[in-house]
Write a protein that binds this ligand. Structure first.
Ligand code: MF3
Ligand code: CO
Ligand code: CO
Length: 274
């Protein structure tokens, strides 16, 4: 059992939870802090920065705000954020690696505020990046937007996946199959699974009060990934570039609410093309 298992006051039951006003309030606070943590990192993602330094900045920021880094000690993970450069698809472990000009990098943070989880990630360009890297990032954010637009009562999880997959593939990119979005709330990874590919009308019915993430991983090449021997780092099999972005959201009576919005509106750090 990990520390996060102890902190979690509820457990994964397999049933999709329906939350009320208290849950929405808690998730707004957690989501905002997670977004603010990524805002804080933006000016630090520059050529020459060591990824462990970014991890330390994130950890101190979260603790200074009276919150808990959800990833730290989660299933043996020993860092606060995941940092996934270039062909790393997700779950890159911060360490000695120095970021260099032209790298594209995903930073994924999850915070716990009063028991509620805020989970979000963004893409950062390290100085100017190649036009194809910039295009991949644009396609990934647009994929998330297309998925979000499907979220409303009566829709199904497959509608989200279908919208993302059909758009991404129309742009000649591919959607990673091996990782998915997830329900969250007082539990970090809960039902339902949110696949970023699929078929309209399939999957779970969406109802007001459901909370989950949408976090598409998009590759410039083919979709298969492999896991490195550290047990966490997932990379593209064909070594092509990969990008990801993530929001934590709710289904509302009329559509959706995004919890992980930054009060300053900076979900997409500006990426300069070389
Ligand atoms: N934040 C990741 C997600 O989107 C989970 C990271 S788990 C960790 O679900 F242990 F790798 F940090
Ligand atoms: Co997530
Ligand atoms: Co995440």
């Amino acid at each position: 059992m990990s520390i996060t298992d102890v902190i979690e006051t509820e457990h994964r039951t397999g049933q999709i939870k329906i939350h009320g006003p208290e849950g929405f309030e808690g998730m707004r606070r957690a989501g905002r802090l997670a977004a603010e943590c990524l805002d804080m990192l933006t000016p630090h993602v520059v050529p020459g920065v060591v990824t462990d330094h970014l991890d330390r900045l994130a950890r101190e920021f979260i603790l200074d705000h009276g919150a808990i880094p959800a990833c730290l000690f989660y299933r043996g993970y020993a860092k606060t954020v995941c940092i996934s450069p270039n062909h790393v698809v997700c779950h890159g472990i911060p360490g000695e690696r120095t970021l260099r000009e032209g790298d594209i990098v995903n930073i994924d943070v999850t915070v716990i505020v009063d028991g509620w989880h805020g989970d979000t990630s963004r893409m950062y360009g390290v100085g100017p990046v190649s036009p194809r890297a910039k295009r991949l990032i644009d396609v990934t954010y647009e994929g998330l937007e297309r998925g979000l637009a499907e979220v409303k009562p009566g829709a199904r999880t497959g509608d989200i996946g279908h919208a993302i997959q059909s758009y991404v593939e129309s742009m000649r990119c591919s959607v990673v199959r091996d990782f998915c979005g997830h329900g969250l709330g007082r539990v970090f990874h809960d039902a339902p699974n949110i696949l970023h590919f699929g078929h309209k009308g399939m999957g779970e019915l969406l109802r007001p009060g459901m909370f989950f993430t949408i976090e598409p991983m998009v590759n410039l090449g083919k979709h298969p990934v492999k896991l490195l021997s550290d047990g966490w780092t997932a990379v593209t099999r064909d070594k092509s570039l990969s990008a990801q972005c993530e929001h934590s959201v709710a289904v509302t009576e009329t559509g959706y609410e995004v919890f992980t919005v930054s009060p300053t509106g900076q979900f997409r750090p500006p990426v300069e093309s070389a």
